[in-house]
Design a protein around this ligand. Structure first.
Ligand code: HEM
Length: 459
């Protein structure tokens, strides 16, 4: 048994700032360099020491033991500023089980046909609005799809269309400021800079808008088939107390909005980028969507037959996991691997780092959806964790996969998207890993599709 000090330190720490510069400048390369130094590696961020878990089995162990490896550290401190302490994704272990039991019914499979109907409509609204030859800002278009989907599955369209735009802008402002603030020393984030001010204003406006909708739903007392209705009627079978308070519902709604929009949008944008770079896979996808959808937009019943589409999404989530880095706080002295982590230690886990280990994946940098073909030998267990594992696993995993699959199928059935020449697509690092700029030109796949709207969903 050894102590934190015996954990190897990542090389090239600078005085005072430690590893802050590579972490801010090129965090993906930095993360990928760490496994060479050990299963656990210490990094220094200014005065703070963090331990990065570089091994898949140790990552799993930490995630399974969510009492000891509790939510905390810079990412969740920032999330709590917005979501409060009762947000499902950021609440401590002590509050989590009850909140999760109350939120889980909202994701029961019986509710999915309603959700997927709303998803198909939103996807069609956006993909149907593009014009032949249009240059699309792909991350923005994908964010429009997923924000609309989140709003309509949460509130069944309770948000008047005029109010959706400002809400979506506030969500964007929140995400834009997030990553910088995560590593900002606390007093700096309170300076009255325009960035800090607009971040705070966006958060306040979002809360106000969501609170109003919750009050309206409560007053109506009807199950609209949306996520919010499920939260309002939820009660805990292990507990006599009534279900969620208004404050808890409000925190949970904000959490769903923040956790569900940018992640799924990022996955879709990366999938379209990768497909345009791999024409043979794109052709096979076209063959699949043409056969399965036969000119209609994708719906719930098509999902089992959209096999390649789903493998493409899975491989995109491996190569470019939107949830790429997370922190935990150690709440009691514990062992991890051969080391003792004292209570109070800060720990980092990274799906990106695990997904890119060459000992877990052949050619980890290559885009190969057929890795996930069940006929082929599968990558080791625990090597894939885009939605994490354990009790804090993403509650929206099926929701996100379903939405991404329907969107990718509907878009590619109708459009071929090609890169605008000369651009370099680089990752933008925020709460989610997404392409910084990705402009693509939309070309209709057949002449017939130029002049006809897609038929409405088949029964
Ligand atoms: C492709 C899309 C998505 C990805 C890659 C993703 C990824 C993740 C990951 C990695 C976590 C664990 C975070 C941690 O360990 O600290 C998580 C948690 C969570 N996600 Fe997602 N997510 C996606 C979509 C969604 C959607 C659509 C929703 C809601 C509608 C959602 C809601 C949540 C919530 C509430 C948690 C916290 C769960 C808990 O602690 O019990 N996510 N997500």
């Amino acid at each position: 048994m050894t102590s934190l000090r015996s954990i190897p330190v990542a090389p090239k720490a600078l005085p005072l700032v430690g590893h802050l510069i590579p972490l801010l400048r090129n965090p993906l390369e930095f993360l990928n360099s760490l496994p060479a130094h050990g299963e656990l590696v210490r990094i220094q961020l200014g005065p703070f020491t963090m331990v990065v878990i570089c091994d898949p089995e140790l990552t799993r162990q930490a995630l399974i033991d969510d009492r000891v490896f509790d939510k905390g550290g810079p990412i969740f401190d920032r999330v709590r500023e917005v979501v409060g302490n009762d947000g499902l994704a950021s609440c401590p272990y002590s509050a989590h089980r009850r909140l999760r039991r109350l939120a889980q019914p909202a994701f029961h499979p019986t509710r999915f046909p309603d959700y997927t109907k709303a998803m198909s409509t939103c996807i069609e609204e956006v993909a149907g609005s593009w014009r032949a030859g249009q240059i699309l800002d792909v991350p923005t278009e994908m964010m429009t799809i997923t924000s609309k989907v989140t709003a309509s599955t949460l509130f069944s369209g309770a948000l008047p269309s005029g109010e959706l735009g400002p809400v979506l802008n506030d969500v964007k402002t929140f995400f834009d400021g997030f990553y910088q603030r995560m590593f900002m020393i606390s007093p700096l984030d309170r300076l009255p800079t325009s960035g800090n001010r607009s971040h705070v204003r966006a958060c306040t406006r979002l809360r106000d808008a969501f609170d109003q909708i919750i009050a309206q739903h409560r007053t109506e007392g009807v199950d609209h088939g949306d996520l919010l209705s499920a939260l309002i009627v939820a009660h805990d079978p292990d507990d006599d107390s009534p279900g969620m308070t208004d404050a808890e519902i409000s925190d949970t709604i904000v959490t769903f909005f923040l956790a569900g929009t940018e992640t799924t949008a990022a996955a879709l944008a990366w999938a379209l980028d990768l497909l345009a770079r791999h024409p043979q896979i794109e052709q096979r996808l076209h063959a699949e969507v043409d056969t399965v959808l036969d000119g209609a937009r994708a719906t719930h019943t098509d999902l089992p037959r959209l096999e390649l589409t789903q493998r493409i999404i899975t491989e995109t989530l491996r190569l470019r996991p939107p949830g790429w880095i997370f922190t935990r706080t150690v709440t009691a002295d514990t062992r991890l691997g051969g080391y003792l982590l004292p209570a109070g230690s800060s720990v980092v886990y990274s799906p990106y780092l695990i997904h890119h280990r060459p000992d877990l994946y052949d050619n980890p940098e290559s885009f190969d959806p057929d890795r996930w073909d069940p006929q082929r030998p599968q990558p080791p267990r625990h090597a894939l964790l885009p939605f994490a594992v354990g009790a804090r696993k993403c509650i929206g995993d099926t929701f996100g996969m379903t939405e991404a699959t329907l969107a990718l199928a509907t878009i590619t059935a109708r459009w071929r998207l090609e890169h605008v020449p000369g651009q370099q697509v680089r990752p933008a690092l925020g709460l989610a890993l997404r392409p910084r700029r990705l402009q693509m030109q939309a070309t209709p796949r057949t002449d017939a599709q130029v002049s006809h709207q897609l038929p409405t969903a088949r029964p």
